[in-house]
Design a protein around this ligand. Structure first.
Ligand SMILES: [Zn+2]
Ligand SMILES: [Zn+2]
Length: 967
């Protein structure tokens, strides 16, 4: 049977099928444009913020991906060369941690395994379990180009990382230096300021008395008392600082102190940075373990003594405390100080303690040698790109605009970027240390000898690069920078798993995702910039606030820095506006629970998108998110809404079935409707009935509003306009009106049926295209059915989007009058109790210029409002209940036939009931003891209730009196 749609809308039955089809048919692949394409096409390029290879889909991803997919599908259907590029991030710390945990379970450690074997083990993990989140994306129908899927440690991207590092080094922008870093003793690596979470904790402030050394070189009787929250760090003290004008300590200027427990002589130094109010006004200086002390040490040329090892255990510098964990050492030191009478007061103190964002271990500020990027020339350009140029234009625009300020504020206060991490998993720094001359060789190709002295005793740096170094390069590296290569497929896409598997644990080898780096396609360094020329700068970045600094800022810095060297296709120099990695940044909001609470595991209010999708279907979840998404507004995710949008999908499904049923019935009497002749934009001839003109005008004005809304990221408005059009105008009004013309009896007017069905089908088909970016699965299924599985394209997503179009406002207004009369009659019928099925005559007083609209469309009013006859009058008969608008008055001529006896009985019963109620209320209100005790609102309520019952009583008595005598 043609147009075969199952009776019930069941998303699970259709979504898997289409998700698989879109991937296997490579529908959203965006090939490198050829020279011929290049001339006309406009690109819409968007990068997926690469999820961690260890990641799982959460509601934030679902929102982000829904927004990106709606825009990409809309742009593609609107004729742009749309490319949405997916990939995953190797996520240094997160992935290494995951595999380390596995090893611990096996009773092993990464150190036992050794670097090479460990890294191989991580690759192994990645091949088996990595990228599960991309499979989830496939199942959710994201219209990305799977052929271009990348992994940040792919060979081509690694080449870009290496080139960027070497180039920055050659430009004098990379240096190695001692610096206080946030050290995670668990992860055993430096982590960035952004990866430290500060938690307020109750602790103590210990006062310690440092003996002052007298002029004779011996400890005097005097002490200088310092206060510290981390007593164990005293082992690394090299001075005590006081404010030069602190009157308490003027006599100590130039003196030295004896460091307790250690015995070292340390100077008292003067520095205006010291706060006289905090603690005792004397500050111990430990340059190797505190950023402020480090700065003090630099100013006063003090040595730095690092007293901890990588695990935050005291090292040999700590003498008798060597080998102790930092907190064990703290206890011992406090006890020893007390025993020696050097411990002063211990005060309660609340301070902000930094924790590792990954493993929650308390971070230890610690001096270490790290690699840095001199940020200044890069940051300058990244600031300029966001500020208006001479003509007032910005190279990069933020939506919502407030984030521009946040970005600039951070960028203007940026420090040099520490890019080294003490991990094994990641891009190993391409620098070699020479054991002969101690110089460093940085090279594009692994060197065999020192570049400075020629010695062969060189060893590669053990650190890897910060993960954000490689992800910051993505906008240039994914398009082939620096070795522009021939356009070609990197890999064949993998098909999403079936519904049963896609949420599974990926335990089996069959569920392997994309192949690892050794399976890469051919790599050619042949100069070919077609991809870069066509897709860079990308159009838009949609991302979350949380990675504004981590990622967005770094892409802007690195994108500009490296792209500016690539000339434009015509050979001219790239301006700042053409060097930026993206032209627009859209920061999406948070998804909260239905009560607007932030979702958190501890609160137990986390909504798993996969679970909701299983229950209601992807389309309904996407539509829910879209219907609430607008710039800067958080989303309160409410399942009740999703249920409502599933009903919306169901409504469209039923409309399709109704339509197909009628087309099939028409075919039986020889009327054929040819879907292949459907116009891209629905239209009708001048003599078509009002409803056809009206629905087409409604369609165009909806399409116009949807396009305008999407241009401004108003997903909510766009979704709501479509919803109102499809459910209200199309289903509730238009279908009901068109039914009048679908008369398949002997006397059927075949031409009329054909015209009605043709318009109906063309509006419906175009409406599916309008809805498609929001509900891709439902629309794909129905659209293929419209064409009896012989569609004009492989997918509705490849058809054209209804554009901004002027509409016939006159016809819309005319139809609104007809609708308004119907609505008023329906309300009147309810008001005066006209039985549901009764067909009644009406009186209508209408302004002269509208009368012809009503007379021409009387059949619509008659059918939809169950009207038998319209009496046009100069004035409504006074006795009739009427409704009025500025254009008309309407009344129903209706006399209810009633059973007098039954009515008398009913009214008598009602009167008795009301009398009882009034009496009870009077009794209660007359009870003074009750009135004295009862709360005011209860008494008020009672009084109100009494008054209402009295009114009902009077009405019922009057009705009883008005009853005619029984026959
Ligand atoms: Zn950690
Ligand atoms: Zn050397």
């Amino acid at each position: 049977m043609p147009h075969d749609l199952p009776k019930a809308y069941d998303p699970t039955a259709i979504e898997d099928k289409w998700a698989e089809y879109w991937v296997s048919e490579n529908l959203f692949a965006q090939p490198t444009p050829t020279a011929a394409d290049e001339a006309g096409g406009e690109s819409f390029t968007i990068l997926l913020p690469p999820p961690n290879v260890t990641g799982r889909l959460h509601m934030g991803h679902m929102l982000n991906q829904t927004e990106m997919d709606i825009l990409t599908r809309w742009q593609r259907m609107s004729g742009r060369r749309a490319l949405w590029l997916p990939g995953t991030d190797h996520a240094g710390i997160a992935t290494q941690m995951m595999v380390e945990r596995q090893l611990v379970e096996e009773g092993k450690s990464r150190q036992q395994l050794g670097r090479e074997a460990f890294v191989e083990r991580v690759w192994e993990w990645k091949r088996h379990y990595g990228g599960a989140i991309l499979d989830q994306m496939k199942r959710l129908g994201a219209s990305v180009d799977w052929q271009r899927e990348y992994f940040t440690m792919d060979e081509n991207l690694s080449v870009a990382v290496r080139e960027a590092f070497v180039r920055l080094h050659e430009q004098g922008l990379i240096y190695r230096g001692a610096y206080i870093v946030n050290w995670c003793p668990r992860c055993q690596t430096a982590i960035s300021d952004l990866e430290v979470v500060h938690v307020e904790q109750k602790g103590h402030l210990w006062e310690i008395r440092y003996p002052v050394i007298g002029d004779d070189g011996k400890d005097s009787e005097e002490f200088l008392t310092i206060a510290t929250t981390r007593p164990e760090t005293m082992l690394g003290d090299v001075a005590v600082a006081i404010h030069p004008e602190d009157e308490r300590y003027l006599h100590l200027h130039g003196k030295k102190l004896r460091l307790p427990l250690v015995g070292r002589e340390i100077p008292i130094i003067l520095d205006e940075w010291v706060s006289r109010e905090f603690g005792t006004g004397a500050v111990k200086v430990t340059p190797a373990h505190d950023p402020n002390d480090f700065a003090l040490g630099q100013r006063h040329h003090l040595p730095s003594i690092n007293i901890m090892d990588d695990e935050a255990k005291i090292n040999a510098e700590g003498g008798q405390y060597a080998g102790l964990d930092r907190y064990v050492a703290r206890k011992r030191i406090v006890a020893d100080l007390e025993a020696q009478g050097l411990l002063g007061a211990i005060k309660d103190h609340t301070n902000n303690v930094g924790h590792c964002d990954r493993c929650k271990t308390v971070v230890e500020p610690r001096l270490s040698t790290q690699w840095f990027i001199k940020i200044q020339p890069l940051a300058e350009k990244a600031i300029a790109a966001v500020k208006p140029d001479a003509s007032g234009k910005k190279a990069i625009n933020f939506t919502p605009e407030q984030y521009e300020k946040t970005y600039l504020n951070w960028m203007e206060n940026i420090h040099d970027w520490c890019i080294s991490r003490q991990l094994w998993w990641g891009h190993r720094i391409p620098a070699w240390h020479c054991s002969a001359c101690h110089q460093i060789t940085v090279a594009r190709v692994d060197p065999t000898a020192c570049a400075h002295c020629g010695a062969v005793e060189i060893t590669q740096e053990t650190d890897v690069l910060d993960t954000w170094f490689s992800s910051g390069l993505l906008p240039v590296s994914v398009f082939g920078w620096p070795n522009f290569r021939a356009p070609q497929m990197l890999r064949a896409p993998s098909i999403p798993r079936s519904a049963a598997e896609w949420v599974g644990d990926h335990e089996s080898a069959e569920s392997m995702g994309a192949p690892g780096p050794s399976h890469l396609g051919t790599w050619e360094s042949k100069a070919n910039r077609a991809d870069f020329d066509a897709f860079y700068p990308t159009s838009l970045l949609v991302t979350g606030f949380d990675i504004l600094f981590f990622w967005v800022a770094r892409m802007i810095m690195m994108g500009i820095w490296f792209a500016q060297e690539v000339p434009l296709p015509d050979g001219s120099k790239r301006t700042l506006a053409d060097s930026v990695p993206f032209r627009e940044v859209y920061i999406h909001a948070l998804v909260r629970d239905a009560n607007r609470e932030k979702m958190s595991k501890t609160k137990g209010n986390v909504i798993d998108p996969i679970e909701i999708v299983k229950q209601y279907g992807t389309d309904a979840v996407r539509f829910t998110l879209a219907s609430m998404a607008s710039p800067g507004t958080d989303i309160a995710f409410n399942v009740a809404r999703t249920e409502g949008y599933r009903a919306f999908a169901n409504k469209i499904w039923n409309a399709a079935r109704f339509l197909f049923m009628n087309i099939d019935r028409a075919a039986e009497i020889g009327i054929t409707i040819d879907p292949s002749s459907l116009p891209l934009l629905p239209f009708v001839g001048a003599d078509a009935p009002l409803e056809d003109h009206w629905i087409i005008a409604e369609f165009h004005s909806t399409a116009t509003k949807v396009n305008r809304s999407l241009e401004n990221y108003r997903y909510d408005d766009a979704a709501n306009f479509i919803y109102q059009f499809f459910w209200g105008s199309f289903c509730d009004w238009y279908l009901e009106i068109v039914k009048l013309r679908l008369d398949f009896s002997e006397s059927a007017d075949k031409q009329n049926i054909k015209e009605a069905l043709t318009t109906l089908l063309s509006v419906f088909e175009a409406s599916l295209r309008l809805l498609s970016p929001f509900m891709p699965f439902l629309t794909e299924e129905i659209w293929h059915a419209v064409y009896d599985d012989k569609p004009p394209a492989k997918s509705i997503a490849l058809m054209s989007y209804p554009p901004v179009q002027s509409s016939d406002a006159g016809k819309q207004i005319e139809m609104e009058h007809v609708q308004s009369i119907i609505t008023e009659i329906r309300a009147l019928r309810k008001e005066i109790g006209v039985e549901e099925k009764a067909v009644v005559p009406i009186e209508l007083r209408i302004n002269a210029h509208l009368k012809h609209v009503i007379t021409e469309n009387a059949s619509i009013i008659e059918r939809l409002a169950k009207v038998s006859e319209i009496h046009y009058v100069e004035a409504i008969t006074p006795a009739l209940a009427k409704r009025s608008t500025s254009g008309f008055d309407v009344a129903i001529i209706y006399a209810r036939t009633i059973d007098v006896a039954a009515e008398r009985e009913r009214l008598t019963k009602d009167i008795a009931k009301y009398e009882k109620g009034v009496a009870a209320a009077e009794r209660q209100l007359g009870n003074e003891a009750f009135i004295a005790k009862a709360p005011a609102h209860i008494v008020e309520g009672l009084k109100k209730q009494e008054a209402e019952t009295r009114l009902l009583l009077e009405k019922a008595r009057a009705a009883l009196d008005a009853l005619p005598p029984e026959a």
